[in-house]
Design a protein. Structure first.
Length: 193
């Protein structure tokens, strides 16, 4: 695979896996896909909880069967800490279509079967590219929202500086400010939806 196919956006990846061989293969594969991965590996819910707080990953890749919990519990914890963090299952368990569908409906971005570990790079690459696209679009959305807030703040400052003795004009300024406040709240609600 050529380097021009490398993801150049640095990715913070939390890998939840207890099998050392799978950890080694997954880390090696991630390094073939991502130029600058920052990877933390944990094997239980408590360590995962700590890393969600201290490491704040861009994506979580988790096994389904872990010694002290299952992947749905891990995903639930991750979504509780940050519902926008993409979650990918890398598992030997999801071989029945109903369970696979359930993991996707529960909020996973995808799953890769461990029986396909020899094709892990081909299966993981599109999912990680989707994660990067999501990150970039979120950044663009935050930047647009910031620019809208700046514009609204400038309009409010302008309205505050208007000197008027006319009661009708003062009332109109109050109405404009109220409309701007409602617009701002509506826009913030839209971006959090």
């Amino acid at each position: 695979m050529s380097n021009n196919n490398l993801i150049t956006t640095p990715l913070r990846i939390l890998l939840v896996e207890d099998n050392e061989a799978d950890v080694t293969m997954t880390l090696r594969t991630i390094r073939k896909i991502v130029a600058e991965p920052i990877i933390e590996v944990v094997d239980d819910l408590e360590k995962c909880r700590d890393k969600m707080i201290s490491f704040v990953p861009d994506v979580v890749i988790s096994d389904y069967n872990l010694p002290t919990c299952n992947g749905l519990e891990v995903m639930e914890l991750v979504k509780e800490k940050d519902e926008n963090v993409p979650f990918i299952f890398l598992t030997g368990t999801v071989d029945d279509e109903e369970l696979a569908a359930h993991t996707i409906l529960a909020g996973a971005w995808g799953y890769i079967l461990k029986k396909h570990m020899d094709h892990l790079e081909a299966r993981l690459r599109p999912l990680l590219k989707k994660v990067v696209f999501h990150m970039i679009s979120q950044d663009e959305l935050r930047e647009r929202l910031r620019k809208n807030k700046v514009a609204i703040n400038q309009i409010n400052a302008y309205l505050d500086n208007l000197q008027t003795d006319n009661a009708d004009q003062k009332e109109n300024i109050k109405k404009i400010k109220k409309a701007i406040g409602n617009f701002r709240k509506h826009k913030e609600d839209d971006t959090q939806a």
